[in-house]
Design a protein around this ligand. Structure first.
Ligand code: UD1
Length: 425
């Protein structure tokens, strides 16, 4: 086990590059299963979740290799259809092989991912959607067991909530179904547009990417593809908040300001200067103490739940009191108990957090409970007096390629070291 030693006080300055999105790469990797042959994904981040997904695809019979930032997946004619628990439990996103396996093999046995530190991750909409496409789906012995021996048939499907995962799974099944599928109230995240683009280049017929309704005309087969992953808006947003909190001046290259419109607006309301450079990225500069900002998390284009821990950390030091409302994951405020160890004044009431800004935070040992909470704690450590030790750094490694290297390149003082106090999580 390792931890990060964060010395507070540095102001982040310079330029930082954002890689392809974790939340896209994992789904794009699953989508390669839809076509026999060799697909190449460019700008795939070097994070442990990608390694786990590679292992899962290998277990299903694909050959996966990485050269630099390109991941190549060679998919055989016949793929296995079981995603075992020992792999799925490490990577909840592996549930997204369900749709592709069902479409390709007419069968899928995918372990249920189980509990999560940020809240329950239901699968009811994934299952209901696949059933509408004609599959028989049951949960047996901890597995989602789906069968469609005669193939899938297009259908009208309305989601109760614009779930990213359910949209992806149903879409990946529908592209190879017989006839038309109309999928309503779908997610509109940039990662959904990304997968629609990739599937379209594989030969799928999809209309409406980025809107609430997707129309899919099923095709008999897809072909392999080369595709560049959309940049990671959550990593880009993390750098933006870090620049603001440390009263720094950071240019985020390959960050797409248009995917962070609301986030950057909020940071301007807190006092930051934001300059956008088109596809080239954006710059965030800040002097003085931030003003408190209220935030409500919602599906895209709302404020992303994945940046909620960072804005709680920001408000912990802001001038004023902020109300943060979490609408996507009910347990996502758990990390504030760790933030309180740094002196933050946060009161939770259901899915609201009231954060009273303080003049200073003070460094202490804390534990990262998930990827984004981990990043939020590191940001708090950057502005706390003295040293903050962030344990369970493997969570951060799941989503931030070379986080420590990039922080130090911007002038932070962060080191990675063995954690003598922790042997597991
Ligand atoms: C969510 C985020 C996404 C982010 C990702 C990674 C939203 C809407 N989604 O996507 O932007 O990139 O986390 O952290 O902000 N749900 C059900 N039944 C289902 C499917 C989902 O009840 O069948 C519930 C979940 O429990 C959760 C909510 O819907 O409360 C969001 O689910 P979903 O969008 O599918 O989650 P992710 O795909 O993980």
């Amino acid at each position: 086990m390792e931890r990060l030693r964060v010395v507070g006080g540095a102001s982040l300055r310079g330029s930082v590059h954002v890689s392809g999105a974790k939340n896209s790469s994992l789904k794009l990797m699953a989508a390669t299963l839809l076509a026999e042959g060799r697909s190449s994904l460019l700008d795939v981040p070097a994070i442990t979740d990608v390694e786990y997904m590679s292992e899962l695809l290998s277990r299903l019979g694909a050959e996966v290799s990485r050269q630099g930032t390109t991941v190549t997946v060679d998919v055989p004619e016949k793929v296995a259809h079981e995603a075992p628990y020992e792999l799925v439990r490490r990577l909840r996103a592996s549930i997204c092989v369900l749709g592709p396996l069902l479409a390709r093999c007419g069968a899928a046995d995918v372990a249920l991912p189980g509990g999560d530190a940020i809240g329950s991750r239901g699968l009811d909409m994934h299952i209901a959607g696949l059933e509408r496409l004609g599959a028989h789906v049951e949960v047996q012995h901890g597995y989602v067991v789906a069968r469609a021996p005669g193939g899938l048939k297009g259908a009208m499907i309305g989601l109760d909530f614009p779930s990213v995962g359910a949209t992806e799974n149903i879409l990946m099944a529908a592209v190879l179904a017989d006839g038309e599928t109309v999928l309503d109230n779908v997610a509109r995240e940039p990662e959904i547009i990304d997968i629609c683009e990739m599937l379209t280049n594989m030969g799928a017929k999809i209309d409406g990417a980025g809107t609430s309704t997707l129309r899919v005309q099923g095709v008999d087969r897809l072909r392999p593809v080369q595709h560049t992953t959309v940049p990671d808006r959550i990593v880009a947003g993390t750098w933006a908040v870090a620049a603001l909190m440390t009263r720094g001046d950071v240019t985020v290259t390959n960050g797409r300001a248009e995917h962070l419109e609301l986030v950057l607006d909020k940071l301007m309301a807190a006092g930051a200067v934001v300059e956008t450079h088109g596809q080239g990225g954006f710059r965030v500069a800040m002097s003085g103490r931030p003003r408190a900002i209220d935030v409500v998390t919602l599906p895209y284009p709302g404020f992303p739940t994945d940046l909620q821990p960072m804005v709680v950390a920001l408000n912990a030091l802001a001038d004023g009191t902020a109300m943060i409302t979490e609408n996507v994951y009910e347990a996502r405020f758990m990390f504030v108990n760790e933030l309180a160890r740094l002196g933050a004044d946060v009161r939770i009431d259901g899915h609201h957090a009231v954060v009273r800004g303080r003049e200073t935070l003070s460094g202490a040992p804390v534990i990262a409970t998930d990827i984004r909470a981990g990043a939020g704690l590191v940001l708090a450590g950057l502005v706390a007096e003295g040293e903050t030790l962030v344990s369970a750094v493997h969570h951060i490694d799941r989503g931030y390629p070379d986080f420590v290297g990039q922080l130090n390149q911007l002038g932070a003082d962060v080191t990675r070291e063995p954690d003598p106090d922790r042997f597991d999580d």
